[in-house]
Design a protein around this ligand. Sequence first.
Ligand code: SF4
Ligand code: SF4
Length: 329
Amino acid sequence: MADNQSKKKLKIGFYWAASCGGCEIAVLDLNEKILDVVAIADIVFWPVAMDIKYKDVENFADGYMDVCFFNGSVRNSEQEHMAKLLRKKAKVLIAFGSCAHHGCIPGLANLSKREDILKTVYNETASTNNPDNKQPQVKSQAKEGELTIPEFYGRVRPLDKVVEVDYYLPGCPPPVPIITNALDAIVKGTLPEKGTVLAPTKSLCDECIRNTNQNKKMPDIKRVYEIQADPKVCFLEQGIICMGPATRSGCQTRCINGNWPCTGCMGPTPEVSDQGAKMISAIGSILKIDEEKKLSDEDVQKLTDKIKDPIGTFYMYGFSSALINRKVK
Ligand code: SF4
Ligand code: SF4
């Protein structure tokens, strides 16, 4: 690539904070489209794939990167430091994937106190061998000198609770068409107003081919293993909780196509502030055992007792950004 051309290329970066790293793998899911990315952009920062040190990033001029894709929520001091540093070094910061967007699975750790998490990991698991009852310390002395490790915070935060975020790419991981559309918009300079979630605004039910009955009734509540789900019928009508009504579309109904109910990874639609609450309300309005019979409180209790993991069901991806986002004993 001639020097002139390479100067015009976008400079992009990727970072991985508190997450499983699946969003980084989604970049590889671009397959041959990655060649289009390489044609228009130089990847200048990607710790999972290239050797780069903190000081290299610190030496970038402010705004040096055109775009930085930040995946993962913020769980410790290193991630917070990197979020603040990358915010300075990138013109556009994108919360990439559900963990950065809403906290996702790491956010479920907000159900537990920091001390209890450390106790479980360092004292209680079957494979733990820690006779001196040691726990990690931010600073410790070794014969080589003082060692420091990141501080493990008391809670998980989505990226926009730490720094200002320009755009959001939802999903666990973000679907390839959503990523390529975003890259297109970046290259063409057609990004919408800041703060936008770069995905369709309608609910998943809007694009679901099983959405054939506008007057859905949910006859019961069942777990996935309890029935052989009919692949043509809406999950809710079969008694299986499907987060479609409260979830943004754009994933091409990946799970539904595999005969698995939506668990909500694309996050809520724009008019919904709390995905779980919206879904509970949707279920409340369609749950019906018997047209004639009004449900007593006891009936309702029996039904809701069938939801074995309410937070994992309704807030699998959005607990740390939900209206109620802590468990207080
Ligand atoms: S609830 Fe689920 S299965 Fe039913 S129409 Fe919506 S996305 Fe499809
Ligand atoms: S169906 Fe739901 S959980 Fe599955 S990919 Fe789509 S939004 Fe995510």
